[in-house]
Design a protein around this ligand. Sequence first.
Ligand SMILES: Cc1cc2nc3c(=O)[nH]c(=O)nc-3n(C[C@H](O)[C@H](O)[C@H](O)COP(=O)(O)O)c2cc1C
Length: 211
Amino acid sequence: MKKVMILNGSPRKNWNTAMMLKAAAEGAAAAGAEVEYIDLFDLSYTGCRSCLACKRKGAERPKCFWKDDLSPVIDRIFAANALIVGSPVYLGDVTSQVIGLLERLHFCALSYDDYSNYFTGKVNVGVILTMNAGKPWYELQYKKAMKDRFAALKALNGSFEILPACDTLQVNDYSKFDMGSFSEEHKKQMRAEQFPKDLEKARELGRKLGS
Ligand SMILES: Cc1cc2nc3c(=O)[nH]c(=O)nc-3n(C[C@H](O)[C@H](O)[C@H](O)COP(=O)(O)O)c2cc1C
C-alpha cells in the first residue's frame, strides 16, 4: 500500500488550500493509499536552527535532529511514497511554515562534503497552490518562481508537479472588508464555476500519486 503525506501550509483549516488538499486526500484514499493529513500551522517548529547535528560525523542520514514537531514529520516524508504540499500564495511566495519545512527537509538531505544528496529513496511530489491572482498572472509572475521555491524537493528524487488554483474566494462576504480591488461577483462566479474543476484536478492528482 502506498503511503501519501499531505501537508496543509495554510493557517485556514477549511478554506481553499485545505479544500484542495482534502480533495487530493480523497483521491489518494480512493486509489487505495494510506493517507496522513497534517495542518502545518498546528505544529510548533521553526526553520533550520543550524545545530548541524545532521552534519556530525557518523550521523544517521537523512535526518533532522532538532527536537520539535517537524522532525518526526520529515522522517515520515522520507519514508513515504508521495508528498502533497499545499500553500496559499502570500506576497508572491509560499507561507512561512512551508518555507521552514523546505529549509529543514533540504538541508538535512544535503551533503556538505560534496553537495550530493543523502536521500537515496524516491518520493513523488505534488504541490497545490491557491491564490487571488488569475491564471494569466500566475503564468507570468508566479509559475517559475514557485518552481524555483520548491526546488528543494528535488532532494526527494521523484516526480514533481504543481497544481495552481487561481482567483480563489478569500472571504464569504466582501462587503465586510476593505477589499475594494476585488469584485465579489467575479470571485463568487469563480468559486461556483472554476473551483469545482480545480477540486477535481486535485482529486486526480491524489489518485495519481496514491496509486
Ligand atoms: C498575508 C496574505 C498575503 C497574500 N498575498 C497574495 C499574493 O501575493 N498573491 C495572491 O495571488 N494572493 C495573495 N493572497 C491571497 C491568498 O493566496 C488566497 O486568498 C488563498 O486562496 C488563501 O488560501 P486559504 O483559503 O487556504 O487561506 C494573500 C493572502 C494573505 C492572507
